[in-house]
Every structure is written in structure tokens, then in C-alpha cells.
Design a protein around this ligand. Structure first.
Ligand SMILES: O=C(O)Cc1cc(O)ccc1O
Ligand SMILES: [Fe+2]
Length: 414
């Protein structure tokens, strides 16, 4: 059991500030920095000027990413799929996966570039941070802000999940507007670790990520020696199964932004840099509507993953540990068979997404895709365009019948 405490104030209070860490030995007692070889699958700079990133106008999808069989820890298993901006500008974000099979031993990681929202899909993460310990399982998420040292143990062996890294801002709860005081992710359900310290003067390595480059710093004591802390700049976790879904209880289809767990402000007021949305078990009772995601071409970039279960709203094979991507204005929606079934079904109250949590990193920014995502996963596939071929112009193809009906009613033909 890891001890945690409710931290409603963390996501509500601005600005985030770490006041004090009371530790056994100051972090400054170290032996200097050495550059490490680059991880070729880790990217932090997404401007199209970078020859290692690519633009795609179409929908992309990846079957579940491979978990390596050679010893790979959480840091070694980081791989970047897409993103925008650059951490040196404090602007933008990255979408990564991690795929690992080995616990970090006397090794800690610190990301100078951005806050990380980690979404496990396979295997628990037993995370030791400077602020204490957090056990995070698939169905829960954890946020570790930039500059915080942490290490990851894998109690269940091979593990895989998703990460959103944001370069110049912090995650917040969305404003609830007319919803009032409660609903969506309630602040009381966020938990932070309580301080926990080791007495350990053995050899440790701290791996720094600075503008995407990796450096190691050796020291003769554990970084996890904080006996007490004070402030609100602390990691937190949240159980997505506690999310209070809100939807239409009368008619019509609500924008999926209603499923927002956490949001990140951009520098443009009213336009988020990114929203973290989930699609989880709920009742669908809306009438006079088409219930699956309507066919749409929206301005947002949509990057989706599946934590567990099945997500029917995607147009192609989409399995836990895989991903999908649509750039802004790229038309998408469900396959013809799903459209037909949904168009003909009786709209009675229905339980949907049972046993499922899918998520979306939705962003107002344009993303580029990495070499790893486009060339090296072995899992990339484009959607089969024939899946929408049967979406005929129903009205036009029915014209003879429509005219016959109109004639029978004594009305003018079309
Ligand atoms: O594309 C998707 O699967 C997500 C989505 C769901 C929905 O109900 C409406 C729009 C939308 O983008
Ligand atoms: Fe969409």
C-alpha cells in the first residue's frame, strides 16, 4: 500500500508553488553532468524544420506498440509519436508511449522540459518521487511536473502506456460553468503522496532530460530523502473510474469536450493547448440524434489511445496499447456498418463503453509526427478508405421512392 492524501487544493489553487523540501542531504551534493547518447526514439522539437519529424494530412492508426524483450526501463522505453512546439520556447506538447520490462534500480529521472501526464494501459507503475510514493494502475493517471525526480518500478513486469508532456503550462481542472460545483473530475478525488524517505548513501544516477537531450549526474546518496514537504507543486494521481460523466439527457449529441478530465491553457484565452478527455462507461439516453461520433472535420488535432476495453467510435481496428491520430480538418467517423446500425436502432436508454476507458489528447495545435511513429513502430496503418464507400447519398438514391410517395400524397415531385 502506498500512502496518499487528497489534494483538492493542488489542481484548484494558482499558481503552483513548491515552498520547501526538507531533506537529509541537499541535491547539490553530486559529481557533475555527463552527456548520454541520444535515445533515437525520443523527440522534443516538432517544428517542421526538424528533418526527423513529418507531416500527415490523413488519419493514422497504430496497432499496440511492441514491448521490448531486452531489458528496458521506463526511461529507456520512452518513444515519441507526435507533438508541436519546443520545450526551449515553453510552448507546445509531445505525445509519447513508454514500453518497458525492467524496474529502475538506483536510477532516477528528471524531466526539465515539461509536465508529464502518464496513462498506464498495461501493468502498474510503482513510482517513487521526491514527495513520496504513488502506485498507479491502468484506469488511473498520474501527473509529474517538470523538475521533479522520480523512479519507476514495474511490479507486474512488461508494461506499456501513454504520456502527454506539456512544455509551458500546467494541467488544471476545466471550469465547470453551468454545471456548478460538482461533476466531471472532482478535485477531492486527486491524491498526492505523503513524504517518505530512504536512508541510503549508495551510488545513484540521476538522468536529466533537457530540451530532449539526456545527461547523467552521479551521486553518492539517494535523491529520495525528503522527510517532509510543503507547497502545492506536487505530483498527483486520479482514478478515471471516479469521473462523473455528463451528457445529453434529452436530445442531440454533445461535443466530446464534455468528457474533459484535465485541461491545459494555451496563450490564447479560451482556446486550450490540450484537453485530456476520456470515453468511459455511461448511459446513453439522448433521443432525436445519431449517437456515435458524427462524421466531422474539426479544427482540433485528435490523438487517441485505449487503456482497456473496446472503443466503438473509431473507424478502424483500435486495441489497448495502440493509438490513432487525426490532424485538424481531416474527415473521420465510424465505419459504414456502424453508421447503418446506429441509424436504424431504436433510441432506448443504453449502457455504453462498459469495461472500457479510451482517451483523447485533443489539442488546438497542429502536430508533426516523429520518425519513430512513421517508420519504426512496425504497427502503423492507414484507414481503409473503402470502409466509408457505402455511405451513399441516401436522399438522392431514394429519389424514385420519394417521388412515388409524394405523388401518392398528391404533392409535387422533386
Ligand atoms: O472522433 C472521435 O471518436 C471522438 C469524438 C466523439 C464524439 O462523440 C464526437 C466527436 C468526436 O471527435
Ligand atoms: Fe474526432
Amino acid at each position: 500500500m502506498r500512502k496518499t492524501q487528497a489534494v483538492s487544493r493542488i489542481v484548484e489553487m494558482e499558481p503552483l508553488k513548491l515552498k520547501w523540501l526538507y531533506r537529509i542531504r541537499p541535491a547539490v551534493a553530486h559529481e557533475g553532468f555527463t552527456a548520454l547518447p541520444a535515445n533515437p526514439d525520443l523527440e522534443s522539437s516538432f517544428l517542421p524544420l526538424n528533418p526527423k519529424v513529418h507531416v500527415s494530412p490523413t488519419q493514422l492508426a497504430w496497432h499496440p506498440f511492441e514491448i521490448p524483450t531486452h531489458p528496458t526501463d521506463f526511461v529507456e522505453g520512452l518513444k515519441t509519436l507526435a507533438g508541436c512546439g519546443d520545450p526551449t520556447l515553453r510552448e507546445g506538447l509531445a505525445a509519447h508511449i513508454y514500453a518497458a520490462n525492467t524496474s529502475m534500480a538506483k536510477k532516477a529521472f528528471i524531466n526539465n522540459d515539461g509536465d508529464m501526464l502518464i496513462v498506464p494501459s498495461q501493468g502498474r507503475l510503482d513510482i517513487q518521487t521526491e514527495f513520496g510514493k504513488l502506485m498507479v494502475r491502468p484506469g488511473e493517471i498520474v501527473v509529474i511536473q517538470r523538475g521533479i525526480r522520480f523512479k519507476v518500478l514495474l511490479p507486474d513486469g512488461p508494461s506499456r502506456g501513454y504520456i502527454q508532456e506539456i512544455f509551458g503550462a500546467h494541467y488544471e481542472l476545466p471550469e465547470l460553468g453551468p454545471l456548478g460545483a460538482n461533476g466531471l473530475a472532482n478535485s477531492r478525488d486527486f491524491e498526492s503522496p505523503v513524504a517518505s524517505f530512504d536512508v541510503d548513501q549508495s551510488r545513484w544516477e540521476i538522468i536529466y532530460k533537457v530540451a530532449g537531450s539526456l545527461h547523467v549526474c552521479k551521486q553518492g546518496h539517494t535523491p529520495f530523502d525528503v522527510v517532509a514537504w510543503h507547497g502545492n507543486y506536487v505530483p498527483y494521481k486520479y482514478n478515471l473510474e471516479k469521473f462523473i460523466n455528463v451528457g445529453s439527457i434529452s436530445k442531440d449529441h454533445i461535443d466530446p469536450s464534455i468528457f474533459c478530465v484535465l485541461t491545459v491553457k494555451s496563450k490564447t484565452p479560451g482556446t486550450p493547448l490540450a484537453d485530456f478527455l476520456i470515453f468511459s462507461p455511461r448511459w446513453d439516453v439522448a433521443s432525436e440524434t445519431y449517437r456515435p461520433p458524427y462524421y466531422h472535420r474539426n479544427a482540433a488535432t485528435e490523438f487517441m489511445g485505449l487503456i482497456y476495453g473496446k472503443y466503438g467510435g473509431r473507424s478502424d481496428g483500435f486495441a489497448p496499447g495502440g493509438a490513432s491520430y487525426e490532424t485538424g480538418f481531416c474527415p473521420h467517423g465510424v465505419a459504414y456498418e456502424q453508421f447503418k446500425a446506429a441509424s436504424e436502432m431504436e433510441l432506448t436508454p443504453q449502457r455504453i463503453s462498459e469495461g472500457t476507458i479510451a482517451f483523447m489528447f485533443e489539442s488546438s495545435m497542429m502536430f508533426t509526427l516523429t520518425d519513430y511513429a512513421m517508420k519504426r513502430t512496425g504497427k502503423l496503418h492507414e484507414h481503409d478508405p473503402t470502409m466509408w464507400e457505402n455511405l451513399k447519398a441516401e436522399f438522392v438514391s431514394n429519389l424514385d421512392k420519394v417521388n412515388a410517395d409524394l405523388r401518392a400524397m398528391g404533392l409535387d415531385e422533386l
